[in-house]
Design a protein around this ligand. Structure first.
Ligand SMILES: *Cc1c(COP(=O)(O)O)cnc(C)c1O
Length: 351
């Protein structure tokens, strides 16, 4: 019966880090260092757990379709912007592409980068065009504009997953000025950088900035993301989305987490401390990072071989082989708790 499945889903798909997990389970009896998914290692705060539990008591009712509790928390935190929400930022990306892109229209992606943009665009029947970054992983605005002037959507991740570097505001602005479509700026890791793109929203009506509760806010398991959108786009996004997208537990937990500035600040400080230590103490070249992970060049080994060797030693990191446009000698390592980071440094330096 498989012939009934659409072509775009016959092969490929998102790559999860499960294999390394199984290797580690087979070798390590005590705890495993989980540094593959860029999560905050600290569990949600007790205030978040309490508000989420209370919401669960009323889960027999459909959630508020306007996600008012979260939207008003976002406005209180950031100011009076237009917001949309989704099931993770992945859900926001999928709905945004569904809102904007007809089959055959062009989606331009700056690569190597997060794989889900191309998957979501292809599922919508878009023509996906990849624009390679420079060799130092910086973005050349001229090649982006040349490829994407006529694109419906252009996607730029900053700080970029998996390379870790952020794109300066003036480069983003140069692109925004020159294109006719929407620029989707994925800011999943912006809390770990010193960059602020929000002022651009006042000036450009074709900018969407995606954010998530999965990383700094410790809520990856609740699947909740959001975006700053131009006001004109918001009603169309809502029309294109599934009804009752964001569940009531996630909405209230996220609203509570947003107010817990100490929780976020603790992990941001941890990240800043350990980015320096990784750069100074790992014997392989570590790329400069503005995110809560680093890209490590493990040549002459391959990323896959290094991931397997580290997994045997109780450290799970991400091979970058599945990131198209990146050579197969990189791993991506999240910044976790002290003992996890320490074990990673001592294990990789023994290999
Ligand atoms: C983690 C991540 C996301 C998606 O996060 P959600 O868990 O779906 O909110 C989006 N973009 C990038 C670059 C990411 O690394």
């Amino acid at each position: 019966m498989e012939h009934l499945v659409r072509n775009c889903f016959r092969t490929g798909g998102y790559v999860f880090a499960k294999k390394a997990d199984n290797i580690a389970r087979g070798h390590v009896i005590s705890r495993i260092a989980r540094l593959a998914s860029n999560e905050n290692p600290e569990p949600p705060s007790s205030a978040v757990i309490e508000s989420g539990s209370n919401a669960l008591r009323q889960a027999n009712r459909y959630p508020d379709e306007r996600v008012e509790i979260l939207i008003s928390a976002l406005k209180k935190h950031y100011g009076d912007y237009a917001f949309v929400t989704g099931v993770g930022m992945d859900g926001v990306i999928e709905t945004l592409i569904r809102t904007l892109v007809d089959p055959g229209e062009k989606v331009v992606i700056s690569t190597p980068t997060f794989s889900f943009y191309a998957l979501a665009a292809a599922a919508q029947g878009a023509t996906v065009v990849s624009v390679p970054r420079n060799t130092d992983f910086s973005v050349d605005p001229r090649t982006m504009v040349a490829a994407g002037r006529d694109a419906k959507v252009m996607v730029l991740c900053s700080p970029n997953n998996p390379t870790g570097n952020a794109t300066p505001v003036h480069v983003v602005e140069e692109i925004l000025k020159a294109i006719n479509g929407i620029l989707f700026l994925d800011c999943a890791y912006v809390e770990f950088s010193d960059i602020d793109y929000l002022p651009l929203l006042k000036k450009y009506k074709n900018l969407v900035i995606g954010r998530t509760f999965s990383k700094v806010h410790s809520l990856a398991g609740l699947r909740i993301g959001y975006a700053f959108v131009p006001a004109w786009l918001q009603p169309y996004y809502i029309r294109a989305g599934t009804p009752f997208t964001v569940n009531s537990v996630s909405a209230v937990a996220a609203a509570t987490a947003l107010e817990d500035r100490d929780h976020a600040a603790r992990y941001i400080a941890q990240v800043r401390r350990w980015r320096k230590r990784f750069a100074g103490e790992v014997k392989y070249p570590v790329m400069p990072s503005d995110a809560n992970f680093v890209l490590v060049d493990v040549s002459p080994r391959t990323g896959d071989a290094m991931v397997a060797d580290l997994a045997e030693r109780g450290v799970i990191v991400r091979s970058c082989r599945s990131f198209s446009g990146l050579d197969d000698h990189y791993i991506r390592v999240s910044i976790g708790e002290d003992w996890e980071n320490e074990r990673f440094i001592s294990m990789i330096n023994s290999l």
